[in-house]
Ligand binder design. Structure first.
Ligand code: NAP
Ligand code: HSE
Length: 427
């Protein structure tokens, strides 16, 4: 008997799932020792040409899929919170396993949905919710399960990586590259979730929860987007032997979890520094395995379809082996989240100041009062009697840096603090 699949949403990802199941049917069947059949697909639009065909029911009636007793696995690729959440809960109640690509939903309601799946004795898989086609959820949950994971650092938003790469390589301004990314279809008409860091924060909450076996909620993640990064910042970063990336950083140290998404200055020799364009990568450090990195396409019809079909095959293996104990929620710890003021990084501070004697000395004094010392300084003339200064600090507490910045802002010889950017990896 084939395993029967119902799909909710026939958009970019839904079409990718159908295509992967069809084009690799023989390999998928041989490797999972069973056949798969797409029984039905739900979508609002029953008429548009999407380039996928098959012997399945296409319906706009959710219950024709959710309550079909023959369907074993529901694939939710509609997106959004509601009705996706309710449909997944209903599918579980009707005894179906669920696969979803919906990071917004998993980041916000993962706990509830995983509990419901455990209660129903069914599986809820979400490999495609982070990093598109990159196999990272299974890697953290299974392949690296023998490790204590200390660091998960990702470039997990393709839109922002495309923008920062083009700005760095072509010396172009943020607004111009964003407009180009929208024209090319990488960035949405409303790009806020990507450029403000929220998309990466949702994915980081999911990754950190799995990596550290402790629930990390979206509200726990410190988030700062890329809209203040200028080509000048990228040029200074290059001068320092670095580049700037939007990083999603999760660390487990001293029995605390630190989770933050922000632009970060990264040394050019860091493995993540050469991840360019729309590509994603996740760098993971485990105590036994050491450094690892997972690289690939973070979005797109077929890459995301690849991740979803791998979840379908995993569930099929468990159905065949009559596994009665799905391992859904892996959060058996309850670790505290580190306060923002306790983050410890080096900083880049770019300022416009009066070009006069004692200005640099006073700045050094203001930082020293907050117990912060400089690792390096760049100064360039800017117009009459003005200078642009880039201060690079030694690693310090975020709280101390904010204290120092308040004094610097109040110093009359400082015209403007153009930007403050954290370093990743010591510096
Ligand atoms: P999409 O192209 O907009 O497809 C979603 C489809 O579902 C659309 O056809 C939509 O119809 C339909 N739909 C939505 N709500 C519905 C409802 N209540 N009833 C019936 N049909 C409904 O979206 P997508 O890009 O495939 O993304 C799907 C999910 O995968 C999202 O959660 C997304 O975050 C995730 N994801 C996407 C990618 C990617 O590369 N696109 C990568 C990783 C994860 P309408 O167009 O009429 O709304
Ligand atoms: N908007 C996301 C990105 C793609 O730019 O990476 C889907 O997760």
């Amino acid at each position: 008997m084939p395993i029967k699949i119902g799909i909710l949403g026939l958009g970019t990802v839904g079409c990718g799932v159908v295509q992967v199941l069809q084009q690799n049917a023989l390999e998928i069947q041989t490797r999972s020792h069973c056949e798969f059949e797409i029984k039905g697909i739900l979508d609002r639009d029953l008429h548009s040409e999407r380039g996928v065909t098959g012997d399945f029911l296409l319906t706009d009636q959710p219950n024709e899929i959710l309550q079909d007793p023959e369907i074993d696995i529901i694939v939710e690729v509609m997106g959004g919170i509601e009705p996706a959440r309710t449909f997944i809960l209903e599918a579980l109640q009707h005894g179906k396993h669920v696969v979803t690509a919906n990071k917004d939903l998993i980041a916000l309601h993962g706990h509830e949905l995983l509990d419901a799946a455990d209660k129903a004795g069914k599986e809820l898989c979400f490999e495609a919710s982070v990093g598109g086609g990159i196999p990272i959820i299974a890697a953290l949950k299974e392949s690296l399960a023998a490790n204590r994971i200390t660091d998960v650092i990702g470039i997990i938003n393709g839109t922002t990586n495309y923008i920062l790469t083009a700005m760095a390589e072509q010396g172009r301004e943020y607004a111009e590259v964003l407009a180009e990314a929208q024209k090319l279809g990488y960035a949405e008409a409303n790009p806020s979730a990507d450029v403000d860091g929220l998309d990466a924060a949702r994915k980081l909450a999911i990754l950190a929860s799995i990596a550290f076996n402790s629930r990390v909620a979206l509200k726990d993640v410190f988030v700062e987007g890329i809209s203040k990064i200028t080509r000048e910042d990228l040029a200074y970063a290059a001068e320092l032997g670095c580049t700037i990336k939007l990083l999603a950083i999760a660390k487990h140290q001293d029995e605390e979890i630190e989770v933050r998404v922000h632009p970060a200055i990264l040394p050019n020799d860091h493995p993540l520094a050469s991840v360019n364009g729309v590509f994603n990568a996740i760098y993971v450090v485990g105590d036994a395995v050491g450094e690892t990195m997972f690289y690939g396409r973070g979005a797109g019809s077929l890459p995301t379809g690849s991740a979803i079909v791998s979840d379908i095959m995993r569930i099929a293996r468990n159905i065949q082996s009559s596994s009665k104990s799905p391992l859904n929620c892996s959060c058996y710890l309850d670790l505290p989240i580190k306060a923002t003021s306790d983050f410890h990084t080096a900083f880049y501070i770019r300022l416009l100041v009066k070009d006069e004697p004692r200005v640099l000395a006073t700045l050094a004094q203001l930082f020293a009062e907050a117990n912060i010392s400089f690792a390096s300084i760049i100064q360039k003339p800017r117009g009459e009697h003005q200078a642009e200064i880039v201060l690079v600090t030694h690693p310090c507490r975020e709280g101390s840096l904010q204290e120092a910045l308040a004094s610097v802002k109040a110093y009359s010889k400082v015209h403007n603090i153009h930007n403050v950017i954290r370093f990743e990896n010591g510096q």
